[in-house]
Design a protein around this ligand. Structure first.
Ligand code: GDP
Length: 140
């Protein structure tokens, strides 16, 4: 399987509850390496740009308000098949539907405050990594 990189965000519901370390432990235990990481307070414009693909969805304004409600931790995860592997580790968007043992099943509060974001394709991963990180910040 190819070694890939994916963009992960630990969302404000999780940073608020001091879950960064526990979520990172799941990534590491499941074979994803955290090769870049920083904690940020997103501005409204930054959150709107990041989620521009969802602009027409009914929950867009709520999602942006949630994502700026506290700090996030943005990170680059590297590993075999990292994009799909991270989606499996995260679990379904709605924690009620997420498989047992996934991050969202274990930690998410609800369908919006669902603790983590993960890129959903290799193309989006490349764009999302470039949105948050300069090349010099990614150590490999
Ligand atoms: P993901 O790829 O699993 O994160 O899911 P999506 O790309 O469909 O949605 C992006 C994010 O929007 C999700 O992770 C949630 O934080 C939020 N979201 C998705 N569906 C809903 C919804 O029905 N209501 C609300 N309030 N937020 C949602």
């Amino acid at each position: 399987m190819p070694v890939e990189r994916t963009l992960s965000i630990i969302k404000p519901d999780a940073t608020r509850r001091n879950l960064t370390g526990r979520i990172n432990a799941v990534f590491e235990a499941k074979g994803l390496r955290i090769i870049a990481q920083k904690r940020l307070q997103l501005s409204r414009a930054q959150a709107e740009n990041f989620y521009a693909i969802h602009r027409e969805r009914p929950f867009f304004n709520d999602l942006v308000a949630f994502m700026i409600s506290g700090p996030v931790v943005v990170q680059v995860l590297e590993g075999e098949n990292a994009v799909a592997h991270n989606r499996d580790i995260m679990g379904a968007t709605d924690p009620k539907k997420a498989a047992p043992g996934t991050i969202r099943a274990e930690f998410a509060e609800n369908i919006e405050a669902n603790s983590v974001h993960g890129s959903d394709s290799a193309e989006n991963a490349a764009n999302e990594i470039a949105f948050f990180f300069a090349g010099i910040e990614i150590t490999g």
